[in-house]
Design a protein around this ligand. Structure first.
Ligand SMILES: Nc1nc2c(ncn2[C@@H]2O[C@H](COP(=O)(O)OP(=O)(O)OP(=O)(O)O)[C@@H](O)[C@H]2O)c(=O)[nH]1
Ligand SMILES: [Mg+2]
Length: 359
């Protein structure tokens, strides 16, 4: 899963990226210079840690998430900046950093701090970029239609028109109510306003105490189903992460930070993208996997290895909480808590799964 950190210049994108990298125990990081930084972070999961303590495996592997620190967006950039647009299009979700912090040493491109104006500006940029894609496609199919290629127009026209109207009316595509076939048709166009969006209010150290007020003041910016609003104090949290582990808890308590924004961000991303985790214990390794909600046991097997999908016989399933109560797999088996499920079983969050297969 790829999440792009985007926003106006000097709003705290890199500070947030560093925070995620530091608190997420980077598995790999690359880029720099004119390239975007890429960080692959471990998804924190206390359930996986508990399973690891139970099974004592040689290896414990966390699920990962990829974050990109993208170059800044300006008013009008999406008209010309093709590399940035291409990068944005490859993301599974967008994380928009909105500056709330006031600091005279950090100038704001638009003159002063105004979260609502900035969110609107970014929204309009993405709307325009999408509108251009839709209009180009409409022209193309119109041209093909005249040349006798009729089926594309018949298939795509109503959906594209609906999108065009929404965009022209200033509405992001993610808010549209459309049948699944229409979404499937649009997927190939990688439209930016169709992607799930996390609006991140980057608060100053002095604003943290008022975070609930900020949240209610700007909640309307994140109304849709595929939009979330989170507050983080990137600079302060980065400083906390740079402290020694034993000093961290005390300092967080002092600053009134119950939980790091990082943890909240990962959770929000999972909820927004409709992701679930399941766990396996195979060949001395306990591992967490990430899947979209609604995935079958067969596809889950395929995510682990194609052989497991090809030779799938059945899945042995127990929910993490039942396993925890039982204390061990052997005890759970004795109590009859392990269920045998077939190919069609829909994997649930926190299932512990063993795939029985034969190739
Ligand atoms: N006071 C204060 N300063 C912050 C905060 N977050 C970021 N900054 C400062 O703002 C400046 C810009 O932060 P960056 O993280 O580099 O911002 P950016 O969005 O990556 O900037 P560009 O990549 O140039 O667009 C730095 O000097 C940060 O220290 C904050 O919460 N409070
Ligand atoms: Mg930066």
């Amino acid at each position: 899963m790829k999440i792009g950190i985007m926003g106006l210049p000097q709003v705290g994108k890199t500070t947030l990226f560093d925070l995620l990298s530091l608190s997420g125990g980077v598995a790999r990081s690359s880029g720099g210079g004119t390239e975007s930084h890429v960080g692959i972070i471990k998804v924190p999961d206390t359930r996986l840690e508990e399973l690891s303590a139970m099974f004592q495996p040689k290896k414990t592997t966390f699920a990962t998430m990829e974050y990109l620190d993208l170059p800044p967006l300006h008013k009008g950039t999406t008209k010309g900046d093709v590399p940035l647009l291409a990068q944005l299009r490859q993301m599974d979700a967008l994380l928009e950093v909105i500056r709330c912090f006031e600091d005279p040493r950090v100038p704001h491109v638009e003159g002063g701090v105004d979260p609502r104006r900035d969110a609107g500006l970014l929204r309009d940029e993405l709307l325009l970029a999408d509108l251009e894609v839709i209009e180009r496609r409409l022209e193309r199919i119109e041209l093909d239609y005249k040349r006798g290629k009729k089926e594309e127009k018949e298939r795509e026209f109503p959906t594209l028109k609906l999108c065009q109207e929404a965009l022209e009316g200033g509405n992001p595509l993610r808010d549209l109510e459309m049948p699944e076939e229409s979404w499937a048709l649009l997927r190939g166009y990688q439209l930016l306003t169709a992607k799930p969006l996390i609006l991140l209010l980057n608060l100053g150290e002095d604003q943290w105490a008022k975070r609930e007020e900020f949240h209610s003041q700007f909640r309307d910016l994140a109304q849709g189903k595929k939009t979330a609003l989170v507050e983080v104090c990137a600079k302060l949290e980065l400083e906390i992460c740079q402290l020694k582990a034993e000093e961290r808890g005390e300092f967080m308590k002092e600053c009134g930070i119950p939980e790091l924004g990082f943890t909240r961000l990962v959770r929000t991303s999972y909820e927004l993208l409709g992701l679930v985790s399941f766990f396996t214990y195979m060949g001395e390794e306990v591992r967490a996997w990430t899947l979209p909600f609604g995935t079958s046991a067969l596809k889950a097997a395929g995510a682990i290895h194609t052989d497991l999908e090809r030779g799938f016989i059945r899945a042995e399933v127990i929910h993490f909480s039942d396993l925890k109560t039982a204390g061990s797999l052997a005890a759970a088996r004795k109590k009859g808590l392990l269920r045998l499920e077939g190919k069609e079983y829909i994997v649930q969050d926190a299932d512990v799964i063993t795939i029985r297969f034969h190739v």
